[in-house]
Design a protein around this ligand. Structure first.
Ligand code: MG
Length: 372
């Protein structure tokens, strides 16, 4: 089997007004992402998604489109799509960074392999390591405290038992977390995600009051790359610190693990440049007895499916204890697939069809298409 063509489709999908995200990284009101389609001489097509945001990985749908067209796709044309590992390594050698663009192509390769072998991607990654339906936490924007409390209570009523609150965006962190705690009661697990928005001194000053409110996990309190600060926070508090922005690559993960900078790593295929790399990071963490959870860039259904396959396949994606974010489609106004990933309240079910198990609705993609 040979790859015959690689096509890219920039799309714009608005978020539901009630789900618009606010964090240290700013407002997320509309998603401008890139879908990819890889064709083969056997008629099998694979799809992928580059979940691009410039303040997260430095990528946009346009940079992803350009790097794919001019650098990555030429490496794939004429190759056997079943050689996922060597093709991913080739893409890595040809281009540093651009993880979401690489992940989109790698995802599409897995989709092709799964269809060729009539197996879901989680089977290709080693088979199920947990239930095929798993619980997620709800990720709550850094809203005004009253609104945060209202949305949190509504989400708990919808079945969520873990709420992640965005902090580090303004001076209302303590008020916001307190309002949420009062609204949801003592049983609900609260975690915070500062998206690197606190300097070390600020984190050390802020966290005791938040921990008094029962915050059970602190995600990326300090800026990405500042391993010293992350380690200092982890040493100062009794609850786990999770690295997210600080853990894009296997090298990042090794540095954090060897330095004992945190007690949890956040992984997902887009950020980590593909499923193989996400699995390699989760395995490295396992060797250090560090569990992983799954993070999100508010994916559409294609990348959400890839995340679900990762969670189900890797034993160290310990979402039972540390629920992750695999709910991107719920935040968006409409799906770009014919068969959306099943999401019911906090529960996500991995698609069972061959490959990623989602069929892109190309008419919908055409309607959502954008021009540079
Ligand atoms: Mg995060």
């Amino acid at each position: 089997m040979k790859i015959t063509h690689v096509e890219t489709y920039p799309v714009r999908v608005p978020l539901k007004p009630v789900r618009q995200m606010r964090s240290r990284l700013g407002q997320h009101r509309v998603s401008e992402f890139l879908l990819v389609r890889i064709g083969t001489d056997r008629g099998i097509e694979g799809v992928g998604e580059a979940t691009t945001t410039p303040n997260w990985s430095g990528e946009t749908c346009w940079t992803a489109q350009a790097i794919i067209r001019h650098v990555l796709a030429p490496l794939l044309l004429g190759q056997d799509p079943r050689q996922v590992e060597s093709l991913a390594a080739r893409m890595d050698r040809a281009c540093v960074g651009n993880p979401f663009a690489k992940a989109a192509l790698e995802m599409a390769l897995w989709d092709i392999v799964g269809q060729a072998e009539q197996k879901p991607v989680y089977q290709l990654l080693g088979g199920p390591a947990r239930e095929k339906t798993f619980r997620c936490r709800f990720s709550l924007g850094a809203y005004e405290p009253d609104r945060a409390a209202e949305v949190a209570a509504e989400r708990v009523a919808a079945g969520f038992d873990t709420i992640k609150i965005k902090v580090g965006a303004d001076s209302l962190d303590l008020e916001r977390v307190r309002a949420v705690r009062e609204a949801v009661g003592p049983q609900v697990t609260l975690t915070v995600d500062a998206n690197g928005g606190w300097e070390l001194e600020q984190a050390l000053a802020q966290l005791p009051a938040l921990l008094d409110l029962g915050v059970a996990l602190v995600e990326q309190p300090t800026p990405r790359g500042d391993d010293y600060a992350l380690r200092a926070v982890q040493q100062a508090i009794p609850v786990p610190v999770m690295a997210d922005e600080g853990c894009f690559t296997l090298t990042d993960a090794r540095r954090l693990l060897r330095g004992e900078c945190c007690r949890l790593l956040c992984v997902y295929p887009g950020k980590n440049a593909g499923l193989l790399s996400a699995c390699a990071i989760a395995t490295a963490a396992q060797e250090h007895q560090v569990p992983c959870s799954v993070g999100s860039n508010l994916e559409l259904d294609v990348a959400t499916a890839a995340m679900a396959h990762l969670v189900v396949a890797h034993p160290n994606l310990q979402v039972e204890q540390y629920p992750g974010d695999v709910l991107g489609p719920e935040y968006h106004e409409f799906p770009v697939v014919e068969n959306p990933v099943r999401i019911e309240g906090p529960c996500v079910t991995v698609p069972e069809g061959p490959g990623l198990g989602v069929q892109v609705d190309w008419a919908r993609v055409q309607q959502a298409a954008i021009e540079p």
